[in-house]
Design a binder for this molecule. Structure first.
Ligand code: UD1
Ligand code: UDP
Length: 440
C-alpha cells in the first residue's frame, strides 16, 4: 500500500523517523511530504541526516508566516500532491500546522487520516497547537494515542473505541534507538557547539530549551525565566536556541544580557544524536517543549516545565515533571530541591515512563496493514439507511467482556469503575462496571 506522511517541523521529523523506517521494513510504498515550515539546516536537514531518513518526495516550501498564511499555503500544496499521488492513507503527527493542513485536506479528499500522537489535550484554547489537535482529531480515521489517558480524552469527545489504538509514543522508539548510537560516537563527531564546550568533561549541566509562543513572545515571562537562570550560577546552563526564541530575545533586547552570563552557553539548535547525549548528561532540564517532557521521563532526567499547563499530564502524575510556569521563585524553589535533595532528585528520576517501550511504530504498521487488508480504510458514501440508536447506561453483574457485550448490537462508549474511567479494551471484563453504550 502507499502510505503518505506530512511533516514540517523538527519534532515531527524525529517522531516520524521510526514510522518511516517501519514502512520501509514492511516493503510498503512511502510518500513523504515536507511542508517546509522549518527550513534552517539545523531545524530540518540535519535531522534527516542524523536519523538516516530518505529525502522527501515533495517539499512545499511554505516557510514562515502567520498561521492563516502558512496553513493556507500548506493546504494548497498538500492537496495538489494528494490528488496526483492518491495514497491509501495519510499520516500526520502531533499538533503543528502540518497536522491541521494535512488532516483537513486529506479527509475532504476521502483519504483516511491516521493521527500519530492523537488525543493529547492541554485544555488551553489560547495555544495554536490545541486548536490543531482538536481539528485534526475531528478529521481522523485512525487514532494512534500514546497513553490510556489520551485515549479517554478522545472517547469523551465521542470517538469510537474501535478507531483508537494505544501505541505508546514514537519518541521512545527514537530515544532508545539513537541514544545508543550517540553514546558510541567519539567527541569529534559532536556538534561544534558541544565540542567547544568540551561536553564530555563538563559537570552540573542544565539543558534549557524554550520556543513556545505563550512563553517567548511575552517579554515579562522571558525576563522572569532569565532572572531564575541568572541565579543558578553554579550550573552550566546549555541553551540550544530555537530561531523563534533568538528573534524574540533580540527584539526584547535580552539576548546580550543572557550572553554575558558566564555560566550560560547559548548555542545553535543541535542535531538529535548530540541533543540526546546532552539531555542524558543533564542534572535536570528546563523546557517548554512538548517532546522534551517525554524524552526527559524516558531518559530518567528530572524536568521542570516552563508552562502553566501541559497536554502531557502523565509525566506530572508519574512524578518526573513539575510545571513551574514562568515564575522565577517557583523555578528556583524546584531547581534547588533537585540540587539539594538527592532523595527528591532520585524520586523524579525513577518516575515510570508512561510512553511505552519503544515499539509504537511497529504497532501502528500492524494496525494500518490489517485495516487495509480488511478494506476498512475505504471512505465511501453510505448505501444503507442509517439505523437509529438509543444511548443507555447499565451496571453489569456478570462476567462479560467488551467484545461479548457488543455482540448484542451494543457499542460501548464509556466504562466507569466507581469514580474512574477505564478504556474499553476488547477483553476487559465488565463485571461490576458501569457502561454507557449505544444500543442499535
Ligand atoms: C512550530 C510549531 C510548534 C512546535 C515547533 C517545534 C505550529 C503552530 N507551531 O513552532 O507547535 O512546537 O514548531 O519547534 O505549527 N524560523 C526560522 N527558521 C526555521 C523555522 C522558523 O528562522 O527553520 C523562525 C521564523 O522567524 C519564524 C519563527 O521561527 O517566524 C517561528 O516559526 P514557526 O514555524 O512559525 O513556529 P515555531 O515556533 O517553530
Ligand atoms: N531537539 C534537538 N535539538 C535541539 C533541541 C531539541 O534535537 O537543539 C529535539 C528534542 O530532542 C525533541 C524535539 O527536538 O525530540 C523537540 O522539538 P521542539 O521542542 O522544537 O518541539 P515540541 O516538541 O515542543 O513540539
Amino acid at each position: 500500500m502507499k502510505i503518505g506522511i506530512v511533516l514540517g517541523t523538527r519534532p515531527e521529523i524525529i517522531k516520524m523517523a521510526s514510522v518511516i523506517d517501519e514502512i520501509k521494513n514492511r516493503g510498503q510504498e512511502l510518500l513523504l511530504i515536507h511542508t517546509g515550515q522549518h527550513y534552517d539546516k539545523e531545524m530540518s536537514d540535519n535531522f534527516f541526516f542524523d536519523l538516516e531518513l530518505p529525502a522527501p518526495n515533495y517539499n512545499i516550501h511554505v516557510g514562515s508566516g502567520s498561521h492563516g498564511e502558512q496553513t493556507g499555503k500548506m493546504m494548497e500544496g498538500i492537496e495538489e500532491v494528494l490528488l496526483k499521488e492518491k495514497p491509501d492513507i495519510l499520516l500526520v503527527q502531533g499538533d503543528t500546522n502540518a497536522v491541521l493542513a494535512g488532516a483537513l485536506v486529506a479527509s475532504k479528499l476521502h483519504i483516511p487520516v491516521g493521527h500519530v500522537e492523537a488525543g493529547l489535550r492541554s485544555f488551553d484554547e489560547t495555544m495554536p497547537e490545541e486548536i490543531n489537535r482538536l481539528v485534526a482529531d475531528a478529521c481522523s480515521k485512525l487514532y494512534f494515542v500514546p497513553t490510556e489517558e489520551s485515549a479517554i480524552n478522545l472517547m469523551m469527545e465521542g470517538i469510537s473505541r474501535k478507531r483508537i489504538f494505544i501505541t505508546g509514543n514514537t519518541v521512545v522508539d527514537a530515544c532508545f534507538r539513537n541514544l545508543k548510537i550517540s553514546k558510541s560516537r567519539s567527541i569529534d563527531k559532536y556538534d561544534k557547539g558541544l565540542v567547544d564546550l568540551d561536553i564530555d568533561n563538563m559537570e552540573n549541566i542544565v539543558t534549557l530549551t524554550m520556543h513556545r509562543a505563550e512563553t517567548v513572545d511575552i517579554k515579562e515571562r522571558v525576563e522572569n525565566i532569565i532572572g531564575a537562570i541568572e541565579e543558578l550560577s553554579e550550573m552550566n546552563i546549555i541553551f540550544p536556541i530555537h530561531p523563534r526564541t533568538k528573534k524574540m530575545l533580540e527584539n526584547f533586547g535580552l539576548l546580550d544580557k543572557l550572553n554575558s552570563m558566564g555560566h550560560v552557553h547559548i548555542i545553535k539548535p543541535v542535531g538529535y544524536l548530540d541533543f540526546l547525549l546532552l539531555i542524558s548528561k543533564s542534572t535536570f532540564i528546563l523546557t517548554d517543549s512538548g517532546g522534551l517532557q517525554e524524552e526527559a521521563i524516558t531518559l530518567d532526567v528530572p524536568a521542570l516545565t516552563l508552562r502553566y499547563n501541559t497536554e502531557r499530564p502523565e509525566t506530572v502524575t508519574a512524578g518526573g515533571n513539575i510545571l513551574v510556569g514562568s515564575d522565577k521563585e517557583v523555578i528556583l524553589e524546584n531547581a534547588r530541591k533537585i540540587l539539594d535533595s538527592e532523595e527528591f532528585a532520585n524520586k523524579m528520576k525513577s518516575a515510570v515512563n508512561p510512553y511505552g517501550v519503544g515499539d509504537a511504530a511497529k504497532i501502528m504498521l500492524d494496525v494500518i496493514l490489517e485495516a487495509d487488508e480488511n478494506n476498512e480504510l475505504i471512505i465511501s458514501a453510505p448505501d444503507e439507511v442509517m439505523s437509529t440508536f438509543t444511548r443507555k447506561v447499565i451496571t453489569l453483574d456478570k462476567d462479560i467482556s467488551v467484545n461479548e457485550f457488543e455482540e448484542d448490537n451494543n457499542l460501548v462508549k464509556m466504562v466507569l469503575d466507581g469514580e474512574n474511567i477505564k478504556f474499553p479494551y476488547d477483553d476487559l471484563n465488565l463485571n461490576g462496571l458501569t457502561v454507557i453504550y449505544d444500543c442499535y
